[in-house]
Design a protein around this ligand. Sequence first.
Ligand code: BES
Ligand code: MN
Ligand code: ZN
Length: 501
Amino acid sequence: MPENVKISFAKLPAAPEGVVVLLAVEVAGGVPALAPSGDAVLAPAGDLFVRAAGADRFEGKSGSALDLISPPGIGASRVLVVGAGKAAEMKALDWLKLGGAIMGRLPSSAKEVSLVLDLPGLDVPPEAAAEIALGLRLRAYAFDRYKTKKKPEEATAKLKATLYVADDAAAKRAWKKREGAGEGIVIARDLVNEPANVLTPTEFAKRAGDLAKVGVDVEVLGEKDLKKLGMGALLGVGQGSAEESRVVVMRWNGGKEGVAPVAFVGKGVVFDTGGISIKGAAGMEDMKGDMAGAACVVGLMHALASRKAKVNAVGLIGLVENMPDGKAQRPGDIVTSMSGQTIEIINTDAEGRLVLGDVLWYAKERFKPQFMVDLATLTGAIMVALGTEHAGLFSNDDTLAGRLFAAGQNTGEKVWRLPLSSDYDKLIDSRFADMKNTGGRFGGSITAAQFLQRFVGDVPWAHLDIAGTAMSSPANEFNKSWGAGWGVRLLDDLVARDYEA
Ligand code: BES
Ligand code: MN
Ligand code: ZN
């Protein structure tokens, strides 16, 4: 994993080097306050900070910053004072955003930055320091491997960031727990950004195989295996592609032996042309990201294994390419899923549910999990309903749904629950088979979820429709990437809070 920012921790220094970052807290009606260490850094510059803060109306609000360029009498080339709001009210997400905002303000020529994480009358918690480090890393992410003409500083720039904290040993430990999540997000972003001529199902499976390095057990099922299992729905989607389909099973056993695993299932359509029900040309290139659910599952498994999460977790991804071809499936075809249920294909572009139906069923039968959460860029309709700020959440279990909602609030990867109800079933009943794969225009995300529910039995299950959040979603302080790596922090948080022994 290439590290774009080299992170280290040290005790608060006398004279920090390079670009120096200081924290300031809000003071009602006054100049924001620095810690004594910050005051000491700025002392040679006299009243520069007070005057600049006044001129720039810098109040120390969380996320705001005051840039002091070549301050007189100070070795540092610039001092960036960033607001920590009312410090005590800062949550993990605020520190993460702060780290991202700091990275965003550094000149691209910066080689070294010293972050003096010291607050008046208050130690910055080690976890906050780790979140800031994560923010630096995530903001610095760039998918530029196909740019052959990099500017010299882009080609070589590797920023050295030293985070100065009171308890550097504790901060180091907190970072060790957090660093894997950062790597997991980067893995997910890379997979989503990667074009489909490179990232075939076979190549995707190979990259998932890299998880073995962090102790994940990876098993790849090829078409022969899938046929034997009877995954006719998944195989039907892939049959028009020159690329073979795959299912990858990733297992991390960090919990007690014999405890049922938690299961994560991802849609991995490496490219979705729509198949014979082909999509229009405009924006079709975005369909290289139709594997974002699977990318998240891979990133999550990396995160869990890297921090040696005390949980038994299994990740399953269905990898196919949906292409039109002489061998492609047609509208009107009837396929038999692994569950034995038959499906009439109405629209070959409603392929994600076909893939997930088989993988969910397989996950349930083989692993008898405590719960299953699937992630899928499943419907355009979810963007009509929720835009790009919330993912759609559907669940047959109020406890699981509540925990996912809470994890969304904690991490900023927000989810909003929509209904499941047997009243929608008639929309997907088929004249010729047990069900059909589309339910018409109305409630398109709900009928898709209702379809998936037919493959989960009694297992507590949640479906996240991430079509609006996983790619091309709004940039924020710590993400400028097209593929956001959405869901890794959400599900890592869910596991950490509610499912670790
Ligand atoms: N992968 C698409 C959904 C999608 C659309 C994701 C835009 C991200 C951005 C999915 O396979 C699809 O084509 N869904 C159809 C379903 C319809 C045919 C019932 C849709 O949403 O139009
Ligand atoms: Mn489709
Ligand atoms: Zn799709």
